[in-house]
Design a protein around this ligand. Structure first.
Ligand SMILES: Cc1cc2nc3c(=O)[nH]c(=O)nc-3n(C[C@H](O)[C@H](O)[C@H](O)COP(=O)(O)OP(=O)(O)OC[C@H]3O[C@@H](n4cnc5c(N)ncnc54)[C@H](O)[C@@H]3O)c2cc1C
Length: 455
């Protein structure tokens, strides 16, 4: 089957990646049918308690620009210039994410972003979205997609191929492929869960600095908060599931109140509905999904979280899913055959999604713990100084991931390891003594020896 304009394509899941992919494929002239389990978001309230807002960064923006939808998304975003770190003492300080004006990330509401992408998809005459249409699985031998009408419970089948499954971390399509022995899946669950809470505005005014991502790092756990357009913040508690300092121990209102008063005393007055929300909002699980392979011949491809869900600590799951869409679209310039396209997509993307999966787990330790460490802060300062001096050779790993879509994730991981070793040599820092100055001459020599300019 040829991947040529006019061909019909099924996309399963009109979430973030599915809706963006529909726009990109429609721009190329494909006839796209999106099958979405949920009702039409233009006519219904969003699901509650499920990552209400997200950090959008350069990789995601590059994909949105490619689809010419960024101008519709921009009004929904709030720039966040750095991490506002809140210590137990109540002191807070901003750690900037980058050092150039444009090196910021953006908070965006999931529901609004998804709605805008669905609207953009539907503005193409060749896109159809079937809401309340839940995929139950696929039958590859008969080339059928099995669906259930979520409104009346009736089941039916449609021709499947070519299809792209973007039905998210809990993908039913992936599960049916695994059950048929066509893919293997490994899910690495963290022993930490999350719960979302709200910091509302007071008399229309935001109670925290709006242009920052707030973190209350407490070693084994943390609270974070991202700004929303209406002046509120969505706070997320990341905490062990079990143990004396885990969700399991927070089983009464008094235990919850005591825990927050002890560990986040400055945040408590900002959350007037803390106890009510804690009791009502779901406790979400976090994990990394490894699937192999991502495609079955030219019939079906898994993309986004359905193929490679990651933990949220680098704020990159959506960005990576959007980058998947951009890469697939670029590959369509070179491939007219679905099988070759899907195979090439997996070959190009897998090393990169594995790299971001690893960096996302590492970033949890950084966010909940290291940001309070004097040496960590000093090394960040050194890294920024070296970037100013050698901007084409030394770019902090966080910046490569968040601000440099031209550097693939795998390359960011590789160069980041070289840079970390180099900083370790330059500042062994056995004592966390503040004020250690960097030997810039030696740094320059090592950088030129070990770090070729970024391609
Ligand atoms: C707490 C948390 C915080 C996060 N923060 C960030 C962040 O700051 N930045 C970032 O980049 N990423 C973040 N992420 C990750 C991000 O949410 C995902 O990576 C992103 O949503 C993946 O997009 P997707 O389109 O692959 O999946 P989804 O957005 O989950 O979309 C899947 C779609 O498929 C539909 N669907 C599901 N099952 C079926 C079915 N059987 N039939 C039909 N339709 C179906 C769903 O209703 C949904 O519309 C976070 C995740 C979590 C859990």
């Amino acid at each position: 089957m040829k991947a040529t304009p006019g061909t019909s394509v099924n996309i399963i899941g009109a979430g973030l990646a599915g809706a963006l992919l529909a726009v990109l494929l429609a721009r190329r002239g494909f006839a796209v049918t999106l099958h979405e389990r949920r009702p039409d978001p233009r006519q219904s309230a969003p699901e509650r308690g499920r990552s209400i807002n997200l950090a959008l960064a350069a990789r995601g923006i590059a994909a949105l620009e490619r689809a010419a939808v960024m101008e519709r998304v921009r009004p929904l975003t709030i720039a966040m210039r750095g991490r506002m770190v809140h210590e137990l003492s109540g002191a807070s300080a901003l750690q900037p994410y980058g050092q150039r004006e444009h090196e910021v990330i953006y908070s965006v509401g999931r529901a609004d972003l998804n709605r805008v992408l669905i609207e953009a998809a539907l503005s193409h005459p060749k896109v159809t979205v079937r809401f309340n249409s839940q995929a139950l699985g696929v039958d590859l031998a008969r080339d059928r997609l099995r669906l259930r009408d979520a409104a009346n419970g009736s089941e039916h089948e449609l021709p499947l191929a070519p299809a792209i499954a973007t039905d998210g971390a809990g993908s039913a399509v992936r599960a049916s492929l695994a059950a048929a022995g066509r893919v293997t899946v490994r899910e690495d669950w963290l022993d930490h869960d999350y719960k979302e809470l709200t910091i509302p505005p007071a008399a229309g005014t935001a109670l925290l600095e709006r242009h920052a991502l707030h973190i209350w790092p407490r070693g084994g756990f943390m609270l974070i908060a991202l700004p929303n357009i209406d002046g509120s913040f969505t706070a997320t508690l990341f905490l062990a599931r079990a143990g004396a300092q885990g969700f399991a121990a927070l089983d009464t209102p008094a235990a919850v109140a005591g825990f927050f008063a002890t560990h986040f005393p400055d945040a408590v007055p900002l959350m007037p509905r803390l106890l009510e929300e804690f009791a009502q909002h779901p406790q979400g699980q976090l994990g990394t999904v490894h699937t192999s392979p991502w495609h079955v011949a030219g019939q079906l491809l898994l993309l986004g979280d359905a193929a490679h869900a990651i933990v949220p600590f680098h704020g990159q799951g959506m960005n990576a899913a959007f980058e998947d869409c951009r890469v697939l679209d670029e590959l369509l310039d070179r491939h007219e055959d679905w099988q070759a396209l899907f195979a090439e997509f997996e070959r190009v993307r897998r090393p990169n999604t594995e790299a971001i999966a690893r960096m996302a787990v590492e970033n949890y330790l950084e966010m909940r713990d290291a940001v309070l460490d004097a040496r960590f802060v000093r090394l960040k300062g050194h890294a920024m100084a070296l970037e100013r001096r050698y901007p084409d050779r030394f770019i902090p790993r966080y910046s490569m991931v968040m601000f440099h879509p031209e550097i693939p994730y795998a390359e960011a991981l590789r160069r980041g390891a070289l840079q970390a070793r180099l900083l370790e040599e330059l500042d062994p820092g056995h004592a966390a003594s503040a004020g250690t100055t960097l030997d810039l001459e030696r740094a320059g020599r090592l950088i030129c020896e070990r770090l070729p300019p970024v391609a």
